[in-house]
Design a binder for this molecule. Structure first.
Ligand code: ASP
Length: 432
């Protein structure tokens, strides 16, 4: 019998989760879902996060040590950061164009605005406080934060991925520079470990349909009322239009132009990672699967994917930057604040930086939005206006973030001659 492809299994899991969530809401089973369904979603996300740090460590060390010389590393590093920056800037500009043309905030009535402001004031304040903690630091704090003072404490905190990456690049450079007979056993050890971790990802993915079922059911049960969502429909549509341009036009176009690979090939290869990004709202939790798909199904050499993707998951957030641009202008429009061209340029700069600074976890983009609002003088309390629809938009922007990382990994691999044929055909499922 023909096996069902993984992305279909995940989609079926999601659809059943949504159905079950609606049913549970109607029957008043909210507590049952929280107590007995949600934990399976949490376990699934924990399993993915559990693998993320060991995977980054092992595959990055392997990737760098395979490079053989430092100049290759700096070439790849330069290209990666350059392309990441370009796609993020493009995303912000698309977001700004969409929100200025559509003007979703201009149609918000006073009544809706007051209602949203009072309903979500407390929740929004929590996010504002979180952002303020980060804002108090000096201008070079972000740079200081990259260098850990203790590798074990960096590894123990999943939010410190950049510190872990810093240590590994440093370690990898050391490994390249020592005599081959000394480095060989270390490389072999990490090679073997890498295989074990990839196998663990395969095993976790077997549970993906159940995991996403639980995540979606819980989400539906706790979703805000339809009335609130419809007040923000035009705003959500604006974000979605921008995100669709990224995912359906820009990325496939870049891939087609520079690598010659088709849209279909790309989406078939990356779709399970996209679906997971959508269900978990976390690029970090999705990272193990993104790595697996890009390497096994899109033909990117591990040397490239293991370097480009962990960095991308942490700093390259095209969806988040686009969303932050739209949200900032939307809130300004809703408060009747006119934004000058200078303000719009400030948004380009701050949304780019804020997206780089956003952690790869749910709703991080909203916390960093506070910085963008502050820079253009829009009241931070405006966060309450968009709270109701943040989660669904987070799911969509995370999908774009992950797709952007995968795209750039293909471009970089192609540039340095490391894009080959996929190890596994896209139409095959995961190996048993
Ligand atoms: N959830 C997003 C991510 O993990 C970040 C954000 O909130 O925009 O990529």
């Amino acid at each position: 019998m023909k096996k069902i492809a993984l992305h279909w299994k995940i989609l079926i899991g999601m659809a059943l989760g949504v159905l079950f969530g609606y049913l549970a809401s109607m029957l008043g089973w909210q507590n049952f879902v929280s107590d007995f369904i949600k934990p399976f979603g949490t376990i699934f996300i924990n399993l993915l996060k559990l693998i993320a740090v060991p995977l980054i460590i092992v595959s990055l060390i392997k990737g760098i040590s395979d490079l053989k010389d430092i100049s290759k590393l700096s070439k790849m590093g330069g290209q990666t950061i350059g392309i990441y920056l370009c796609t993020t800037l493009f995303a912000v500009v698309i977001g700004l164009l969409a929100v200025n043309l559509i003007g979703p905030g201009r149609s918000i009535s006073d009544k809706t605005r007051e209602g949203l402001l009072s309903e979500f004031a407390v929740k929004a304040q929590g996010k504002i406080d979180m952002a303020m903690d980060q804002k108090d630091d000096g201008p070079l704090q972000a740079l200081v934060d990259i260098v850990p003072s203790n590798i074990f404490s960096a590894i123990s905190d999943n939010g410190n991925m950049l510190q872990v990456i810093f240590f590994i690049i440093f370690f990898g450079i050391g490994l390249i520079l020592i005599a081959p007979e000394k480095s060989e056993p270390v490389k072999k050890f990490f090679d073997g470990l890498n295989e074990v971790i990839l196998k663990m990802i395969d095993l976790v993915m077997l549970a993906a349909p159940i995991g996403v079922f639980a995540l979606m059911a819980d989400l539906i049960v706790h979703a805000p009322s339809g009335e609130l969502i419809s007040a923000l429909l035009l705003y959500s549509m604006t974000v979605l239009i921008g995100l669709s341009i990224m995912i359906f036009l820009l990325y496939p176009l870049l891939i087609k132009t520079f690598t010659g690979k088709s849209y279909k090939f790309f989406f078939k290869g990356i779709s399970p990672a996209q679906l997971l990004a959508f269900s978990t709202s976390s690029s970090a939790a999705t990272l193990p699967v993104t790595m697996e798909r890009v390497t096994e199904h899109l033909g990117v050499d591990e040397e490239v994917s293991s370097f480009v993707l962990p960095i991308g998951a942490t700093v390259n957030m095209d969806g988040t930057s686009l969303y932050q641009a739209v949200a900032a202008v939307f809130i300004a429009q809703a408060f009747d604040i006119d934004l000058s061209i200078g303000d719009q340029l400030t948004i380009v700069a701050t949304a780019t930086l804020a997206s780089i600074g956003s952690a790869a976890v749910p709703s991080a983009g909203m916390v960093m939005l506070v910085i963008v609002l502050g820079a253009i003088g829009v009241p931070e309390a405006g966060l309450s206006l968009i709270f109701a629809v943040d989660r669904p938009l987070d799911m969509c922007r995370t999908t774009v973030n992950v797709t952007g990382d995968a795209t750039v990994s293909m471009l970089v691999a192609n540039n340095i001659g490391k894009l080959g044929e996929p190890k596994e055909k896209n139409w095959d499922d995961f190996k048993d």
